[in-house]
Design a protein around this ligand. Structure first.
Ligand code: HEM
Length: 160
């Protein structure tokens, strides 16, 4: 059971990281074309990919993680777990607005493509926020991966 859970948990981690990186890369490449129709198409696909892959992994990851900890015997107050969960919350706080922004970017690009007009100022403002929010989320996930793989013994003063 532990092996199966670990497999599902690591699979979730790869989906989370891989989909996140893929989505960011394709969105940036579409944005760089400056073509509203191309941006609308890619942003539309990105919104679906986030709903199907990322959201599923986002929900499954803490479930399989807490279950694994229970099976192995790690207390949830263990330093590396507390830090990982904190980073996970940080990631979520940056990821949720990004999901909303992606829908808005898609809609703005669709409207511009339909009316054959250039992308509005609001599109560029939202894109900047979308781009900036990706960095803390990316580094927080890197931190989680590091903590999960090395499981350092960290003494958190407030948990003594
Ligand atoms: C959010 C709550 C989470 C909890 C409670 C949790 C808990 C755990 C536990 C207990 C293990 C097994 C440790 C051991 O073998 O002794 C583990 C392994 C692992 N976790 Fe998590 N995890 C969480 C989220 C994540 C996230 C978000 C990622 C990556 C994005 C991740 C990536 C991994 C990886 C790659 C391993 C395998 C490490 C190894 O076997 O060497 N976990 N996790």
């Amino acid at each position: 059971m532990e092996d199966v859970l670990r497999f599902v948990h690591v699979l979730g981690a790869t989906v989370l990281f891989g989909t996140g990186m893929g989505i960011a890369f394709f969105m940036v490449m579409a944005h760089r074309t400056g073509d509203p129709a191309k941006i609308a198409h890619v942003a539309g696909t990105v919104v679906i990919a986030d709903a199907v892959f990322t959201a599923t992994a986002v929900i499954l990851q803490p479930v399989t993680g807490v279950w694994l900890a229970h099976l192995i015997g790690w207390p949830l107050t263990e330093g590396w777990i507390v830090l990982s969960v904190t980073l996970y919350i940080v990631t979520g706080l940056f990821w949720l607005p990004v999901v909303v922004i992606q829908v808005q970017l898609r809609d703005l690009a669709r409207a511009a493509a339909a009316s054959e007009s250039p992308l509005p100022e609001r599109y560029y403002r939202l894109y900047k926020v979308w781009f900036a929010f990706g960095f803390p989320a990316f580094f927080a996930v890197l931190g989680i991966l590091w903590l999960m793989l090395t499981r350092p013994s960290i003494e958190l003063p407030f948990l003594q």
